[in-house]
Design a protein around this ligand. Structure first.
Ligand SMILES: NC(=O)c1ccc[n+]([C@@H]2O[C@H](COP(=O)([O-])OP(=O)(O)OC[C@H]3O[C@@H](n4cnc5c(N)ncnc54)[C@H](O)[C@@H]3O)[C@@H](O)[C@H]2O)c1
Length: 296
């Protein structure tokens, strides 16, 4: 494998493109938005600069990595002759089904189609293509160039051969691939999201405040970040949507999102991306807790 396309140049897409390009792959980075492509390439350049400053790579490595990436706003142009497409577009089921139908039509029959979805069923995505054995989940973690794990998700029909190819490919990126089956939340979010939800429930029940809950988990369990701050970083809307996928998928109340989480999303408090979640991220009050709003 040498030629890869990445669909979506947002948070995950630019990190995935960076990682493949730094390992010597030719990367076609595709986004419907010219502005996203520009932002994505700027982020990659900035992240490479940081690596040069830390002497992890040379200036020559940086130029080579950037030279390995070509950008496109037209999917058809970008996926011509690629061995693998990694889709990292917005998390929306209808959008993903549309993209995979199009990819199935325009890609060579040998092209493997992977998705970086956090929660949508790989089996459902594969079902809209004529090659479900070549559709697989490649769930990279954020920030992609740094995080070692890739959760490799086998859809119901994903073949052994394709799984093996993608596991090996992930190793050539310096990652640690871990194979899991396609059930709601896969493994990472099935375990993480109930913990985040329980932290919110603990706050909602008035057991402790934001900082107290985060301190218990940071200092008591050696977590690098408290669960409420982590939820802010992931995005409270994203947490809510993944919990809903698990709640619907298992029909089990243990995954029901906490009413406080639902209310905060309705109020537009989405965490770091909206400037406020469990903490305030505005310039004047950076990372100050705003727990007074969460008394029962
Ligand atoms: N953000 C995370 O921490 C994280 C972690 C793991 C997995 N994911 C998954 O990765 C995927 C991308 O998430 P993100 O956080 O990078 O989103 P994002 O909003 O930062 O980026 C999505 C990009 O997709 C582009 N896009 C939308 N429709 C498109 C289309 N038809 N063709 C090409 N590009 C299109 C948008 O313009 C945008 O630039 C989602 O499936 C998400 O669940 C996210």
């Amino acid at each position: 494998m040498k030629n890869i396309a990445v669909i979506g140049a947002g948070t995950m897409g630019n990190g995935i493109a960076h990682t493949f390009a730094q390992s010597g792959f030719n990367v076609q980075l595709i986004d419907i938005s010219e502005a996203s492509l520009e932002r994505g390439m700027n982020t990659i350049a900035k992240n490479l600069d940081r690596m040069v400053a830390k002497e992890k790579i040379t200036e020559a490595n940086k130029s080579e990595t950037l030279g390995n990436i070509t950008t496109h706003t037209n999917t058809e142009d970008g996926v011509e002759n690629v061995d693998l497409v990694v889709e990292a577009a917005t998390e929306n089921i209808d959008l993903k089904l549309k993209i995979f139908k199009q990819l199935d039509d325009v890609c060579s029959e040998n092209t493997i189609l992977a998705t970086n979805t956090s929660s949508i069923s790989i089996t459902q995505i594969a079902a809209v293509t004529s090659r479900p054995e070549k559709v697989i989940g490649m769930h990279f973690m954020n920030p992609v160039p740094i995080m070692k794990l890739v959760e490799i998700i086998r859809g119901y029909n994903t073949s052994d051969e394709v799984t093996k190819t993608i596991m090996e490919l992930s190793k050539t990126l310096g990652k640690v691939p871990t194979e899991v089956n396609d059930y709601p939340g896969f493994v990472a979010n099935r375990i993480l999201m109930p913990m985040l939800n329980e932290s919110i429930e603990t706050l909602y029940n008035g057991v402790a405040g934001v900082e107290e809950i985060d301190t218990v988990m940071k200092l008591g369990m050696a977590h690098p970040m408290g669960p409420l701050q982590l939820a802010d970083f992931i995005g409270l809307d994203v947490c809510l949507s993944i919990l809903n996928v698990m709640y619907d998928g298992f029909k089990n109340p243990k995954y029901a999102p906490c009413p406080l989480l639902v209310n905060m999303v309705r109020a537009g408090k989405l965490g770091i991306k909206s400037g406020e979640g469990f903490y305030d991220y505005s310039e004047s009050r950076k990372a100050e807790k705003v727990s007074s709003q969460f008394s029962k």
